[in-house]
Design a protein. Structure first.
Length: 621
């Protein structure tokens, strides 16, 4: 409302951000980004100062600190249960809670606050870490900024240091516009690159995504590296190694792909239209030596053809005509549809080909096997080929889809119900459109504590990264062999380069935690608890805020404590915010709508209430 906007403006006039710096250092794909904001309270009385930033969902927060009047208050990563107990005790004392929440497709929001004395300053510093993923033949480093006011001393500095030469580098994003082009400088020299973004205060209000409140958008640095050795390169530091494997000069493997499409009633309208549009493009991109099939499901399961057929021009055109007739109806029988796809692929075994199942659904199974267990497809597939699960919309049962995909060497991806949903579907397909290796295993002699080494498929434009510990501290004992189905032999030793930066151990820990968290979803009993404990121990050791840990920040006023939790992907799209206002013994609760519409971001404003404490807690249903 206008009153809320006015109040925010009045507040910002007396809260000055004197500097806002983002410094990101990328060492061999591993990015460590530090956001530092210095804020001054220009009021003549103490005021609550807010710090709110957005970071990539794939990142782990590893450090947070506040400096007030020369004293620093560091956040400490604790087990979530222990942090929750500390939080509950803080609530009982009438204190506050911070939160990390999901915002849109690629970002999470970290926010906290602290009361600052009149005419005093506070410095916030947040560090997060992420391993950049290679997709479509490139890496994207995404930096989001929204200081909420123009800042005279605003800087984004990015330094990239790779072992191979950087093959190309590009700057793009919402903030790379004609109005801000001269604020960006890039320098590239061999293995290194420097990017600086220094917009003036005036420029911060005049760009396409800018307002009177300053910048609001993304700066994306896109790059790739030279790959002269098809076996990749190994980088070593402090007894740990990281092996980057992304060969590109391989002959593509013809694929057998089945698209399993949900046509249940909930897919009606724009969802089914966008699905038809995406399939039309995807079918047109099939190579002539590919074989494909189409399965539609609602309460029942129907196939376009009983067997896979070759992707000739005439067959593709017939398939496109069939796709145009798809109409939404009925319930959701995922289980039987997947089993039908498995049976078709099992019957269609071609020498020298790779098989793939791609499932698109917007719901949960409510026909066929209703227990929502993906164990039946797992037994049928038997590890022979991957299953990719695409969940359409915010109310999809993402837990079910992710578990089913992970159990079958695939992955789950959320398709956001926006105007570009068709592009999202096509973008995912392009990631798996060109298999180069199948049944891939990387064997390491003289190494232990390895991250994942077996992969059902390697696709063009992607990258496999394996990290581990060198046995007996002997570099000479480390030997690598890549075993895979391919027309090209990959038995030469990768390039081995010692590194001076201490990053290999953190890359190993980052990968290990990510993979253990996924593995834990597919396990039961003691094995599940073992994987969970190992992920927790590593998260605590390396100070990663993960779904198992929380960042505890003790603040100076009356030992106030804030807890920051990392949200889970499966729950990101159904937030229910509860606002608890405590005054003496009275308690009033206001609750947001249980179903949030398809917005990528929503902001909550509060009028100034005569309350003692305000608690903001995020739940999910």
């Amino acid at each position: 409302t206008q009153s809320n906007l006015t109040k925010r403006s009045e507040t910002s006039e007396n809260v000055e951000i004197s500097s806002f710096h983002i410094n990101s250092t990328v060492t061999s794909r591993y990015a460590i980004t530090v956001i530092t904001s210095r804020v001054k309270n220009r009021h003549t009385d103490s005021k609550e100062i807010h710090f709110k930033v957005k970071i990539p969902k794939n990142a782990f927060i590893s450090k947070f600190r506040m400096t007030i009047e020369g004293k620093t208050y560091d956040g400490v990563v604790k087990e979530k249960e222990a942090a929750q107990q500390q939080y509950s005790e803080a609530v009982a004392r009438g204190e506050s809670a911070g939160v990390v929440s999901s915002v849109g497709r690629t970002l999470e929001e970290f926010k906290t606050s602290v009361t600052v004395a009149a005419l005093s300053k506070v410095t916030f510093e947040l560090t997060y870490e992420e391993l950049l993923q290679r997709r479509h033949g490139k890496y994207d480093l995404l930096i989001h900024t929204q200081p909420m006011q123009p800042v005279a001393d605003f800087k984004i500095d990015v330094y990239i240091k790779e072992n191979p030469d950087i093959s190309f580098l590009e700057v793009k994003g919402d903030l790379y516009t004609d109005e801000l082009a001269n604020a960006v400088t890039t320098t590239r020299s061999g293995k290194e690159a420097w990017i600086h973004f220094y917009p003036t205060s005036d420029q911060q209000t005049k760009c396409l995504r800018c307002t009177a409140d300053g910048l609001d958008g993304d700066l994306i640095i896109t790059y790739d590296v030279e790959r002269k050795n098809p076996n990749g390169d190994i980088q070593i530091m402090n007894d740990y190694f990281v092996h980057f494997f992304a060969p590109s000069n391989l002959v593509r493997i013809p694929k057998n792909v089945i698209f399993i499409i949900d046509r249940s009633g909930s897919m009606h309208g724009r969802k089914i239209q966008q699905t038809r549009s995406a399939l039309d493009q995807i079918l047109g991109d099939l190579d002539s030596d590919d074989h494909f099939g189409l399965i539609l499901f609602d309460s029942s399961v129907d196939v376009w053809k009983p067997e896979l057929i070759q992707a000739t021009s005439s067959n593709v055109n017939l398939a496109k005509q069939f796709v145009e007739t798809i109409q939404a109806r009925g319930a959701t029988n995922i289980n039987d549809a997947v089993l039908k796809g498995v049976a078709m692929l099992n019957k269609h075994q071609r020498e020298g080909s790779a098989s793939i199942l791609i499932l698109l659904t917007d719901g949960a199974p409510n026909e066929g096997t209703k227990t929502q267990t993906p164990s039946s497809p797992r037994a049928a597939i038997g590890g022979k080929f991957p299953l990719y699960s695409l969940g359409f919309g915010f109310d999809v049962n993402y837990d079910f889809l992710e578990k089913m995909a992970l159990e079958n060497s695939g992955l789950a991806r959320r398709i956001y119900e926006d105007s570009d949903a068709s592009d999202q579907l096509q973008g995912f397909y392009k990631e798996v459109a060109t298999p180069l290796l199948s049944d891939l295993e990387l064997l390491y002699e003289g190494a232990s504590n390895l991250t994942e080494t077996a992969y059902s498929m390697y696709y063009n434009g992607s990258e496999i990264i394996v990290a581990g510990e060198i046995t007996n501290n002997s570099l000479e004992s480390l030997k690598v062999e890549v075993v895979a189905f391919s027309d090209v032999s990959l038995k030469a030793l990768p390039d081995v380069e010692p590194q001076h930066e201490n990053f290999t151990r953190r890359v190993w820990a980052y990968l290990k935690v990510k993979q253990l968290l996924k593995k834990e979803l597919t396990l039961t009993g003691e094995e599940k608890e073992k994987a969970k404990k190992e992920a927790l121990d590593l998260s605590l050791k390396y100070s990663f805020v993960t779904p198992l840990t929380s960042m505890v920040v003790t603040k100076p006023q009356k030992s106030d404590t804030q807890i920051a939790h990392k949200p889970e992907e499966s729950k990101e799209e159904t937030p229910v915010l509860c606002f608890y206002v405590l005054k003496s013994h009275a308690l009033s609760v206001t609750q947001a709508p249980q179903r949030v519409p398809t917005l990528t971001h929503h902001t909550w404003y509060f009028s100034r209430l005569p309350i003692h404490r305000l608690y903001i807690i995020m739940y999910s249903r």
